[in-house]
Design a protein around this ligand. Sequence first.
Ligand code: BYC
Ligand code: FE
Ligand code: FE
Length: 471
Amino acid sequence: MSIDYQEMIPNNVGLGEDRRLRRALEQWLPGFQRWWRELGPADSDSLDVYLRTAISVEPGGWANYGYVRMPDYRWGIFLAHPEPDRRINFGMHKGDPVWRQVPGEYRADLRRLIVTQGDTEPASVEQQRHLGKTCPSLYDLRNLFQVNVEEGRHLWAMVYLLHGFFGRDGREEAEAMLERHSGDPDRPRILNAFNEETPDWLSYFMFTYFTDRDGKFQLAALAESGFDPLSRTCRFMLTEEAHHMFVGETGLGRVVQRTCEAMNEHTTDEVRKHGVIDLPTFQKYLNFHFSASVDLFGQELSTNAASYYTMGLKGRFQETRIGDDHTLADATYPAPEVKGEQVVLVAAPALNAVNERLRDDYIADCRRGVDKWNEIIRGAGVDFELTLPHRAFNRKIGVFAGVKATPEGAIITQARWERARANWLPTGADRAYVESLMAPVTEPGKMANWITPPAKGINGKRLNYEYVRFD
Ligand code: BYC
Ligand code: FE
Ligand code: FE
């Protein structure tokens, strides 16, 4: 049975005219649907959700709001419009016209980047699978599902590239996307942070703040790619990513707000007995998610990253706004090293340090949210300051993987780490407490006790709008 893909898969890549590609995606679709049923949002099949659907890439025109029955969501393939006469902006091919096809010599490297990017998307959906059962409100439940369907669409974005430009091995990689699973002991997802659990909504908001923000920076670096279809698909994905980070930033702000209210109301720091998340616990979750996310930038000095850059496959954040030669032949960049008990910065070849530079850009961006949450705390007259831990803290990748560091960045012994760890990272008891707060609230307009209502509803709707309808 042939499916009209102009109808089934909304797209702006001419799928209707490309019989070979249409058939390849036709064959991949049932596996995706099975995966969504088995590992996508649990118990969501009969829900009507007030979702936005991408219908075009024009500014303002792409978001169409309406109720969608979850499995009927139409995952589309959307590329930003091509920039006329776009040139490669960095590396050895700087100044050349961008590639519309994959250069043969870069095939394996490009495929690897696309597979790594694509793998994270369904991984996050798997991690968030059970959160719907404990939503703090219908507003939040709808936002969770919005993020989930968009991460599903991000998988489509990468699978389109694999099927469209990589032939048989691309098709095999697309299959493997549905075979690896988050936390699977035999076939885990590729990057560590995507094998962690997201068991509660505090973790979820931390994940969308810190880990989706890695998405922002990686997608921005891939949007610089000389391989134009990758660049264009990443540019469109970035418009969706902004909403994911908004969910995290505002969600965490609402948690902090509610905690401060309870502290003031009961004039105590011991707010757990009032059913909210105490700020030290919030800080531990922050420490965990930040450290897991900074690992996602790879080694401080990476020959992989240097080659990707030189080949023109993956650039730096906002490459064209950087005032240098964009080939990095003789440039240096400060990269951290461990010297005894201290972290020092050493001038390294800038080409090898592009991962570290991206991590620096990421960390600076992370601070803005922490500053905002601190403003909420100060505004409530509460004496507490949240901090971003030092990049050396709790690392599994790179020069800090072999050492232990305090959140302030002092290198310490294993023994001291073991003694202090429970002050810095969530303990089993902390997690059990947070989990104990997670009871579903599904009455329109009502909020769980541990979080304040959002400043405004979705698409101009009221807060008590029925963002999700149950049968
Ligand atoms: N975990 O030379 P290095 C998102 C491996 S998030 C496990 O530094 P490279 C999203 C590395 O593969 C954005 N392994 O590596 C967010 C290499 O392996 P081999 C995802 C790791 O290649 C929320 C070895 O260590 N996108 O979209 O320069 C929800 C040497 O490392 C890790 C991308 O990541 C790790 N953390 O950098 C939904 C973009 N780090 O060669 C979605 C594509 C390193 O020894 N990926 N390794 O076998 C890349 O650009 C690069 O693969 C990385 C790693 C930046 C991740
Ligand atoms: Fe994504
Ligand atoms: Fe995202």
